[in-house]
Design a protein around this ligand. Structure first.
Ligand SMILES: *[C@@H]1O[C@H](CO)[C@@H](O)[C@H](O)[C@H]1NC(C)=O
Length: 196
């Protein structure tokens, strides 16, 4: 378990990725690539979760799902901006899994693999965003994208708070990973909304 070494490799990999010809990847392959990667990541996540929520976690689950409809509530608005939304969701998932994983079944290598996939897709999504969205001019489209990012951030803030409140306990992670699984399933739906 050498966190520093793994982080170092991840870093080197990301630098290489940055200089590689990501931008030549065609955006038309984006949907297919996203969908494949997302399936792999879902499998990986499922492997790291317990098949059934442990009984002792039921009260944490109840506490967490008291406001669970948030994802459904924001889904409609995310569908208007699928590329921006998916990109922010992946950024936020990386942030979530950069936290204390002691009580989870993740090891350094599988977590690195999971995150590398996410980073790669973030790069790919970025190259397919029109430059108009990236510049600072307050066009309605840019504002709309900003709003989408904010919605996703606010949604993940709640997950983040929950993890911290519960001190990254086994139950907190089981509950949160179930929610991340829902997010990846949502990404699948959003992927279908990306225009060809
Ligand atoms: C990580 O979380 C576990 C479980 O709550 C805790 O025992 C441990 O002290 C935490 N480690 C760090 C570095 O915060």
């Amino acid at each position: 378990m050498n966190t520093i070494l793994t982080k170092r490799w991840l870093h080197i990999y990301l630098v290489m990725l940055f200089f590689s010809e990501v931008s030549t990847q065609s955006c038309s392959s984006l949907r297919v690539k996203l969908s494949t990667t997302n399936k792999n990541n879902l499998e990986l996540l499922k492997n790291k979760m317990r098949t059934n929520l442990p009984l002792q976690c039921l009260s944490d689950m109840r506490e967490f799902i008291a406001t669970q409809d948030i994802l459904k509530e924001i889904q409609k608005s995310l569908e208007d901006n699928p590329v921006v939304a998916i990109r922010e969701i992946f950024q936020q998932i990386i942030g979530i899994f950069n936290q204390n994983l002691t009580e989870t079944a993740w090891d350094e290598n599988s977590m690195a693999a999971f995150q590398i996939e996410l980073h790669q897709q973030i790069q790919h999504l970025g190259t397919c965003l029109s430059t108009a969205m990236e510049n600072d001019s307050p066009s309605p489209r840019a504002q709309n994208a900003q709003l989408t990012r904010l919605r996703v951030k606010r949604y993940f803030q709640r997950i983040d708070n929950f993890l911290k409140e519960k001190q990254h306990s086994l139950c907190a992670w089981e509950v949160v990973q179930l929610e991340v699984k829902q997010c990846l399933l949502l990404v699948d739906q959003l992927t279908n909304r990306i225009p060809n």
